[in-house]
Design a protein around this ligand. Structure first.
Ligand code: ATP
Length: 406
């Protein structure tokens, strides 16, 4: 359909980038990037008009996003040239040719263009040896200044290498190490850095990518404290197991995998180092203090539980509930990955799968109708009932009623 619009407007239209790479690899990729030889915004608007889609245009970049009625998106670019006035900042854009459009891309494997006009459908444009590199499974930059031009590409290189099971070409790897030595990542804004890290930690199997980043020196160049990531190795591997377990539960709750890995990555760090990393990644101050507070609370809970397991009486369900209540799923899963105590892992599992859903049948209104005054007394009775429910000392509404009255 996109090709038809191109034909009607007399514009050449190409599928480009990851979509073509994955097509050649026989992998599914629903993210379509299209480049139009000419005015991409005009093309996107024409397509949208005739196909009932919405368009978001970005004239400063000569790009547009077509949003289909089912929510799927197509990114449309115009053939264009980008100037990086200084490293790490957004580029200045000017119209140009398809070759230039492809030359500004990160790696040869992402430089293939697949024509979707009817008369040339499927014709592959390969200026930079992308097909061969896909065949030989190599991640290679197009020129020596690539990482200086856009240092975030060092993360993209690792992401593609690990996801696709490719190898970063030796010369490209040297360029990464040089870039790191030249501290080019210092010039990248925190938000861009965080986004790249999130993309890696959201990959299906991010662990190898994490250790590859460490090996290439990328983690310490985010923050020196991340040099010790090797010490967190056990927790990082456990995180994979815990997340796999969580997925098998098929719960409705959404869990941000990247956050669990991020916590695992920061496992051995002191509080001020953790805050330092968040700041380097431009996490807003109020978010940092919230996460910082919750992380401290969670680690405190873990220590207290370990002490109790060693010395105290058995931990009751209600205690587990009040300890974990209010902690986000991501932190709970991190605790499960961090602890060396199988029993604590079982507590986390019990809380996630069962305890946090426990409710009393009698709610505040019902209890007031029974004559309990609103205020501290009501709060006390409700907590007492819930505790008894959690510990299984009462199981029916009748028992709740008689406990409330006593
Ligand atoms: P994914 O499957 O992770 O989405 P992708 O290759 O589609 O991979 P995108 O981030 O969606 O990656 O980018 C689309 C295309 O834009 C890439 O294939 C690449 O050609 C180009 N690109 C993206 N980011 C950069 C960058 N930092 N430098 C150069 N080219 C880039």
């Amino acid at each position: 359909e996109l090709g038809d619009t191109g034909d009607a407007l007399g514009l050449s239209v190409y599928a480009v980038g990851g979509f073509v790479r994955d097509l050649l690899l026989g992998m599914e990729n629903l993210d379509m990037d299209v480049t139009v030889e000419g005015d991409g915004i005009f093309f996107a608007e024409s397509f949208a008009r005739t196909h009932g889609c919405r368009v978001r245009s970005h004239p400063a970049f000569s790009t547009a996003v077509i949003v289909r009625p089912d929510g799927s998106k197509v990114d449309v670019a115009s053939t264009r040239l980008e100037y990086y006035e200084s490293p790490g900042v957004l580029p200045t854009v000017e119209r140009s040719s398809l070759r230039h459009d492809l030359y500004r891309r990160d790696f040869t494997i992402n430089t293939l263009a697949f024509c979707i006009n009817k008369d040339r459908f499927g014709l592959l444009t390969d200026y930079f040896g992308g097909q061969q590199d896909i065949q030989e499974r190599i991640v290679r930059v197009l020129h020596n200044l690539s990482f200086v031009e856009d240092p975030t590409r060092v993360f993209r290189a690792v992401r593609f290498e690990q996801r696709l099971g490719f190898h970063i070409a030796p010369h490209t790897e040297n360029l990464i190490r040089n870039a790191v030595r030249m501290n080019v990542l210092d010039k990248v804004g925190g938000t861009r850095l965080l986004n790249e890290l999130i993309l890696i930690l959201r990959e299906r199997e991010p662990v190898r990518a994490v250790f590859r980043m460490a090996e290439l020196g990328l983690l310490p160049s985010i923050h020196p404290a991340l040099k010790q990531v090797g010490e967190a190795e056990r927790v990082i591997h456990e995180t994979t197991q815990v997340l796999a377990w969580f997925r098998l539960l098929y719960l409705k709750d959404h869990c941000e995998q990247w956050q669990v890995y991020f916590l695992a990555l920061c496992d051995r760090l002191k509080q001020e180092e953790f805050v330092g990393i968040c700041k380097r990644l431009s996490v807003p101050g109020r978010v940092v203090s919230r996460v910082f507070g919750l992380r401290n609370r969670a680690l405190g809970v873990l220590e207290a539980m370990q002490r109790r397991l060693k010395h105290g009486p058995p931990i009751r369900n209600s205690e587990v509930y009040y300890c974990f209540q209010g902690l986000p799923l991501e932190l709970l899963l991190y605790l499960a990955a961090r602890t060396r105590h199988e029993e604590i892992r079982r507590f986390v599992s019990l809380y996630i799968t069962h305890l946090r859903q426990v409710r009393c049948t009698l709610d505040g209104i019902a209890l007031q109708q029974m004559g309990i005054k609103p205020g501290p007394e009501l709060g006390y009775v409700m907590k007492h009932l819930l505790t008894a429910r959690l510990d299984g000392t009462i199981t029916t509404t009748e028992e709740e009623r008689s406990m409330a009255m006593s």
